[in-house]
Design a protein around this ligand. Structure first.
Ligand SMILES: [Zn+2]
Length: 122
């Protein structure tokens, strides 16, 4: 990656930590219990619990700047939500099918009633 300031090639490396590596908005002045809900952006995609957390980064010694791209992170909450959404969608589809089947049964019963009705009866 080239430095966006001096355009020289940056040194590739990583920020390492024994916990998650996060960026916080300026109004957050202490590490909250639910950092992501407080606007924190996690910079390590793996590790942070038992393994070392690693945020791939690029460093320019001339400009004294580090660039850390934000990885796509699927949290356990996201995974759980996906499962839940697909479950509720399946339940919704099943319920729709049952409703259609019930509607068809109802129409069938009404047809049956009309057939049984005396054609001369008004
Ligand atoms: Zn630079």
């Amino acid at each position: 990656m080239d430095c966006p300031y001096c355009k020289k090639e940056m040194a590739q490396g990583a920020i390492l930590n024994d916990h998650h590596i996060r960026w916080y908005p300026k109004e957050v002045t202490f590490i909250p219990l639910t950092p992501e809900e407080e606007g924190a952006v996690r910079l390590n995609d793996a590790g942070g619990w038992l393994d070392c957390a690693r945020a791939e980064s690029w460093y320019c010694a001339d400009c004294r700047i580090v660039i850390t791209p934000v990885p796509e992170i699927e949290s356990s909450m996201d995974k759980w939500k996906k499962k839940w959404d697909s479950f509720t969608q399946r339940v919704g589809e099943e319920s729709e099918k049952r409703q259609i089947a019930r509607e068809e049964e109802k129409q069938e019963r009404e047809k049956e009633k009309k057939r049984k009705k005396d054609p001369w009866e008004v």
